[in-house]
Design a protein around this ligand. Sequence first.
Ligand SMILES: NC(=O)c1ccc[n+]([C@@H]2O[C@H](COP(=O)([O-])OP(=O)(O)OC[C@H]3O[C@@H](n4cnc5c(N)ncnc54)[C@H](OP(=O)(O)O)[C@@H]3O)[C@@H](O)[C@H]2O)c1
Length: 278
Amino acid sequence: MKKACVIGYPIAHSRSPLIHNHWLNTYGIKGIYEKCPVEPEKLGEFLRNLATNGYVGCNVTIPHKETAINFVQNIDSIVTKTGSLNTIYTENNTIKATSTDGEGFYQNLVTSLAGLNLNGKNVLILGAGGSARAVIERLLRAGVANIHIINRTQARSEELALLFGPKVIASLPLNLPSLMQTMDLLINTTSQGMQGQPELEIDLTPLPATAVVADLIYVPLKTKLLLAAEARGLKAVGGLGMLLHQAVVGFEKWFGVKPVVTDELYRLIARDIDPSFR
Ligand SMILES: NC(=O)c1ccc[n+]([C@@H]2O[C@H](COP(=O)([O-])OP(=O)(O)OC[C@H]3O[C@@H](n4cnc5c(N)ncnc54)[C@H](OP(=O)(O)O)[C@@H]3O)[C@@H](O)[C@H]2O)c1
């Protein structure tokens, strides 16, 4: 029986076991996906013993996404560029790692909005944290024309502009209304709007009528930003689909089957987040 897990500290609220165990059932694979609380000082020991303890790999979440790099033999170009990982797997007796958040965001966007072509598009990203890095890395590979970043801490958006090169521009919050006029895609990667966090208050009026608004947050399932986008008649994409799509890569590496993100899976996790979801 193949065994995988998610490690973090704390880890109680992770939805990854629900997702992966649903797929294991769906595809009739003899396997199990567990939740493992791993304290920061025990991370090295846990990863060194991963295979010995019977795991084919693991997901990695807060607070280990950056520090885990020190304990992996082989990281891919996404991890090198973004400085964080979320998926560890073994191949030819080597511990390897990738980061699937960017791919999850991209796949969710293009499957939610059939026919969407990001080539040459103007993108505005709010936030400059770990998830912004992952999204920027993937959008640049998708061929977007440029990415403006607006963040509370200006130094962090400038750091990302330096890291990713001339297509990525650190912009000032006061320029938000004028910037919006030419944007095809606006993405919230901040934790503003998440349950228990301050709301994100933005007037979306300047966005073109064809613009898409995406939010990485999935608790609540539909943030005020997305409700405001829909009220303006814009296409709105939430964060739960990203969570489901980012899990595809790990599952395939560990269990050998590329799983499909179905409406059934979406409803299962949505109801876990919000029991009133229909
Ligand atoms: N759907 C998914 O699969 C998925 C995956 C990853 C993350 N997420 C979600 O994405 C969000 C960000 O995650 P992350 O890993 O990027 O976090 P992070 O690295 O901690 O970055 C947080 C970002 O939010 C900004 N921020 C936080 N509080 C703010 C406030 N009150 N006002 C203005 N800006 C504020 C920070 O600005 P400063 O730089 O100024 O501190 C920073 O840019 C979280 O809600 C997380 O749940 C979703």
